[in-house]
Design a protein around this ligand. Structure first.
Ligand SMILES: [Zn+2]
Ligand SMILES: [Zn+2]
Length: 392
């Protein structure tokens, strides 16, 4: 199933018009065209709808970290303001914009949220579904990351011509959705091996106490280095073993780079990668706050590495991974093959002869000389269906 094909060929003409409106070229998106107001109307409407759903079906939203947000007395007030803002902006967009699909879609979603009960919605007395959806976490995460990187990519882009809504963005958004929706399930699976090790290695306790007694910042730097070292070899293995490459090829299939593109990763690879990089962190005695800081840091850092952010940083790039450093890892040209596996410390690549950072130059194109199909499900099946056929 390819969402894009579905929308382009089968779905309602309105949906098609809406997508075309959302992806309008820059000339028809300029300030005053009603596109910005329509876009933010849509964003607020979706956020409002999800918040209303979270209040109505509390069992679906089990992310405990966000419980505190829902308990917050101002939450319903916030829902109210967000829905009002969404209405006002969608009306503004409908007034300003000759094309009406974007404003209309935002209005319809806002209405849906209101019909569900709006800010005064009461929880529905349903039996527990026993399911976990981190949908609320998804929206919080997406907004936070988007608001962090979208302005940066706009003011300091590497490729100025690249659009925010480039060709593959819907696919990458789906990857983002999947990996954040099941964040707790993933955490549970990836932490199981560390838990087992910790239970059976009581003799390491003196060493763990020593690690925990180090200054916080030192613990943090060591934690980042060790996990990058583990990540380096894991990553090289996925480039070298043909069957494993089938999984990793999905990550490399992105033809444009931005903060969202890094989310494109086969779910099996995500689980294994998190297991491998968290093993040293969770078994060597680091302070819990170091591990939490690491998880947040690595998430933001990897978005930055993939972001469409310029700046050559010729000197810094030898010491700390920069967007240009990781963009070379995604380059389509031959000189970019199998280089820059580290994601924090380029020195690991220097140690093992895989460092590549030519002064002032960027790769011309991104991707791999191999046909990876479009669509989440086809890419999910890719490791088992791939023929290895090269297109060059
Ligand atoms: Zn790679
Ligand atoms: Zn990457």
């Amino acid at each position: 199933m390819n969402i894009e094909d579905k929308i382009d060929e089968k779905a309602l003409p309105f949906l098609r018009k809406f997508m075309r409106d959302l992806e309008s070229p820059r000339q028809v998106r300029r300030f005053g065209s009603g596109w910005l107001s329509g876009f933010f109307a849509l964003l607020f409407a979706i956020a409002g709808l999800i918040m209303v759903i979270a209040l109505r079906f509390p069992d679906w939203f089990a992310t405990p970290e966000l419980e505190i947000v829902k308990q917050w007395t101002g939450f319903r007030g916030a829902v109210h303001v967000i829905l009002l803002a969404s209405y006002a902006l969608s009306l503004l967009s409908l007034l300003l914009r000759p094309r009406k699909a974007l404003g209309l879609m935002a209005l319809l979603i806002g209405l849906g949220a209101t019909l569900l009960g709006g800010a005064n919605v009461q929880p529905e007395e349903t039996r527990s579904w026993g399911m976990f959806f981190g949908l609320d976490f998804f929206i919080v995460n997406l907004l936070a990351t988007g608001f962090m990187f979208a302005p940066l990519e706009r003011f300091r882009p590497h490729r100025r011509e690249q659009r925010l809504f480039r060709n593959e963005w819907r696919e990458d958004l789906f990857y983002f959705l999947i990996s954040t929706m099941f964040v707790q399930v993933l955490a549970f699976i990836t932490l199981a091996p560390s838990t087992i090790i910790n239970e059976n290695t009581g003799s390491w306790d003196a060493f763990r106490a020593f690690v925990a007694s180090m200054p916080w910042l030192l613990q943090f730097v060591i934690a980042v280095f060790i996990s990058d070292f583990a990540q380096y070899w894991y990553h090289r293995l996925f480039h070298q073993v043909p069957f494993l490459w089938g999984f990793h090829a999905v990550h490399h299939s992105a033809k444009s780079m931005d903060w969202l593109a890094g989310s494109r990763m086969h779910i099996v690879e995500v689980i294994l990668l998190r297991t491998v990089t968290s093993l040293p962190l969770f078994t060597l005695g680091f302070d819990a706050s170091v591990m939490q800081a690491y998880i947040g840091f690595v998430y933001i850092y990897s978005s930055l590495l993939h972001a469409n952010v310029g700046g050559n940083f010729n000197r810094l790039g030898h010491w700390l991974a920069t967007p240009r450093f990781h963009h070379w890892h995604h380059g389509l040209e031959r000189e970019a093959f199998d280089v820059n596996f580290a994601i924090h410390f380029p020195i690991i690549d220097k140690m093992f002869g895989t460092f590549h950072l030519p002064e002032d130059r960027w790769p011309k194109d991104y991707g791999i000389p191999e046909d990876v199909p479009n669509g989440y499900l086809k890419q999910f099946a890719y490791p088992w269906t791939r023929t290895g056929k090269k297109t060059d």
